[in-house]
Design a binder for this molecule. Structure first.
Ligand code: IVH
Length: 687
């Protein structure tokens, strides 16, 4: 056999390269498509594992052929080497701002002015949220994202291209081949509230300063010199305006948004086309009502004349277009005065300074107290009694002091200091980083009350009728000195309490007795009120360990090996279970009949009939209480959330369902009435 015939059937190196190049292009397209389904559509079609395999294959090919790495490759989203400074980026078109209005009368006047100038009796408007993030210019050449910049002074911004590439909702390559050769858009980069809170938690855990609000967090994350940092921050982007494009533009703003969506670009989902200005006012009203339930911050709605030829005719003023306005919501920031600083003691003993304020209305809610978080925060903002401050309410966040307003010539008292003794029980106060806590534990009535309320709450042992007032009486009368005493209460004792009679005391004792039966492990764990162990971590622990004994005997390393659990939580768990008094209470609870169920194996969770599905309940159901319905679907593997998003699988609408129903309609989420809900549950409970 001749030597060369051995190699006869092997492909040549150039053929191999060609095949790899083809595969690389195919992988990029597939990953792009799955990114779009996952990040923009919220509707993935492949598992995370399959996605990772595609991604790794692409990374391997790019490692083999570095010359084939292109700017639009999905691998470029992870960040690039840091820069010394952000470059300047002159905008292709000026980035204008919007005139702001707050009063419906002014909006009516705007409509009149538009009609007069256009000489028409009817105008279509497109209305959409005014996102509270930071505005960016986005440029696509032949469908590839090539440049992005912050607004800057409106003429020149900062080049943040590499950072924008890390944002998963921004396509690096447009879909379909109908896109224009050159496309310049404007959009908003922002952070969802849940991501913002989680980021702040991570930052403070690491000892970094938290961001004051989601907008600052978004701006701080986008304007990084190191795009790896941006890549680690949960930013999203929405496009709301075409600034320039080659080829024929769509004839209305509405069509423009629809067009952008077909190219795979994220556009405002909460938008509406209005034929009258009254419909515009209604959208503003409804959106304001929903504001606290939206997953991101908005500070108003933007009203745009829909027809593009009319926009062109109306033109612009020096800094803003004539054809659009920002119709803002009332501010959630107001100025008031600190009348006193009080200390509240939480159920885990943490001392929290609270500012007692001269009552003031902020965005429709009267505020008379605001948390000052901790001593470091008070020192950083230099807040003292008598100061004038700006209070802020952001999204679902409890009111906070945004800043102190210095008043010249004002004589101020000494800086605020945390007390050395607990204001409730007088025990010594200990310090842990920025946090101070009462060492009194269960001997501190404030901690004991908090611990009992927490133990009895719906998400823990769910003891009906054991509210704040009753708990306070039980502790103040020394009937309950630790959690186990709850199960030793008798009717005679309850009858001595204010507001208790034969029936109410029987009901409470029955509820307490009921709570003993078949307690899911995660609820019991959550009810113990271990620092840093909330619902989520309790679920993780139950899933990982299966039994309370296994958790009580685990060591630090065992806890830390779990992905969701870091050093602080491990420490908290170990020290909780090391404490003799805690072990004693747990064993007494069990002796008194609290029966803790073992958790199922990890597989059980994913094979349950509602695994991966999420429910939102709105309105009242006739056959179940809200908690029963919730427990029911959770048992079947579903999760229950309080607000509707694109990720919600079903919204169950009972009588007098509220705005969640509208939200579901808008997002195209499947709505079930009570009967449909029952059928679904019945069908899934059948073997
Ligand atoms: S349109 C020429 N639409 O509001 C009109 N702006 O004060 C360009 N903004 O800096 C803007 N959401 O960052 C438009 N749906 C939306 C918006 C929006 C937020 C911001 C934008 C601008 C500011 C105007």
């Amino acid at each position: 056999m001749r030597q060369d015939s051995l190699f006869h059937d092997l492909p040549s190196p150039s053929k191999i390269r060609q095949a790899d190049e083809d595969r690389l292009a195919e992988l990029k397209n597939q990953i792009r498509h799955h990114d779009y389904l996952y990040y923009v559509k919220d509707h993935p079609e492949i598992s995370d594992g399959e996605y990772d395999r595609l991604f790794r294959e692409l990374l391997d090919l790019e490692l083999k052929y570095p010359d084939l790495i292109t700017a639009d490759s999905p691998t470029q989203r992870v960040g690039a080497p840091p820069l010394d400074e952000l470059g300047k980026a002159p905008h292709e078109r000026p980035m204008l701002s919007l005139d702001s209005l707050m009063d419906p009368e002014e909006v009516l006047a705007f409509d009149q002015r538009m009609k007069r100038e256009l000489g028409t009796a009817q105008i279509d408007y497109t209305v959409e949220p005014k996102f509270d993030g930071l505005s960016v210019e986005l440029v696509y050449d032949r469908g590839t994202f090539v440049r992005g910049a912050t607004r800057g002074d409106g003429t020149t911004g900062e080049d943040v291209t590499r950072n924008l590439r890390t944002i998963r909702t921004l396509p690096l390559q447009l879909q379909t081949d109908t896109y224009p050769d050159h496309l310049v858009m404007r959009g908003e980069v922002y952070m969802r509230l849940s991501d913002f809170h989680a980021l702040n938690r991570r930052m403070t855990e690491r000892g970094d300063d938290a961001f004051a609000n989601p907008r600052n967090a978004a701006a701080g994350s986008l304007r990084q010199l190191d795009s790896h940092i941006t890549a680690s921050r949960p930013l999203v982007v929405t496009c709301y305006e075409v600034m320039a494009m080659t080829g024929p533009p769509p004839s209305t703003h509405w069509d423009e948004l629809e067009q952008l969506a077909t190219w795979g670009l994220p556009v405002p989902t909460l938008r509406r086309r209005c034929e009258t200005i009254d419909q515009v006012l209604a959208f503003h009203r409804e959106t304001q009502e929903q504001r606290d339930h939206l997953p991101y911050e908005i500070d108003g709605v933007v009203v745009k004349v829909n027809r593009v030829d009319w926009q062109d005719r109306l033109g612009m003023k020096s800094r803003s277009p004539r054809w659009a306005i920002a119709f803002k919501f009332p501010p959630r920031k107001e100025i008031t005065e600190i009348q006193d600083i009080a200390i509240s003691v939480g159920r885990t003993g943490t001392l929290t300074p609270l500012a007692l304020l001269r009552p003031v209305e902020v965005g429709g809610v009267t505020i008379s107290r605001a948390t000052l978080h901790n001593a470091d925060e008070v020192a950083r903002k230099d807040i003292r009694v008598g100061d004038t401050v700006r209070v802020e309410r952001a999204g679902d966040v409890i009111p906070a002091i945004a800043e102190r307003i210095p008043i010249s010539g004002q004589v101020r008292p000494e800086p605020f200091l945390m007390p050395q003794h607990c204001p409730i029980c007088g025990s010594a106060v200990a310090r842990e980083g920025a946090y101070y806590y009462c060492t009194g534990q269960a001997t501190c009535p404030a901690q004991l009350k908090g611990a009992i309320e927490h133990f009895a709450s719906k998400t823990a042992l769910n003891i009906d009728g054991l509210g704040k007032k009753t708990v306070a009486q039980l502790v103040d009368q020394e009937l309950v000195k630790d959690l186990s005493d709850l199960y030793r209460l008798n009717q005679e004792q309850l009858l001595k309490l204010e507001g208790f009679a034969e029936r109410s005391s029987t009901l409470l004792l029955e509820a307490i007795a009921r709570s003993k039966a078949s307690v899911p492990l995660e609820r019991f764990l959550m009810g113990l009120g271990i620092r840093q162990v909330g619902q989520h971590i309790a679920k993780v622990l139950a899933r990982e360990f299966g039994s309370l004994d296994a958790i009580m005997t685990a060591d630090r390393d065992r806890f830390q090996n779990i992905r969701e659990i870091g050093p602080e939580i491990s420490e908290s768990l170990v020290s909780y279970f090391q404490e003799q008094s805690n072990r004693r209470v747990i064993s007494q609870l069990q002796q008194l009949g609290v029966s803790i169920m073992q958790a199922g194996s990890p597989q059980d969770q994913t094979t349950l009939p509602f695994s991966g599905k999420s429910f939102v309940f709105t309105g009242g159901l006739s056959s179940f209480s809200r908690d029963e319905a919730k427990a029911l679907v959770e048992r079947l593997g579903a999760t229950v959330t309080s607000s509707v998003s694109k990720k919600t699988t079903y919204v169950v609408a009972g009588s007098e369902a509220g705005s969640k129903l509208d939200q579901a309609g808008r997002l195209g989420v499947r709505i079930l009435n009570e009967d449909e809900f029952k059928n679904l549950v019945n069908a899934s409970e059948k073997p």
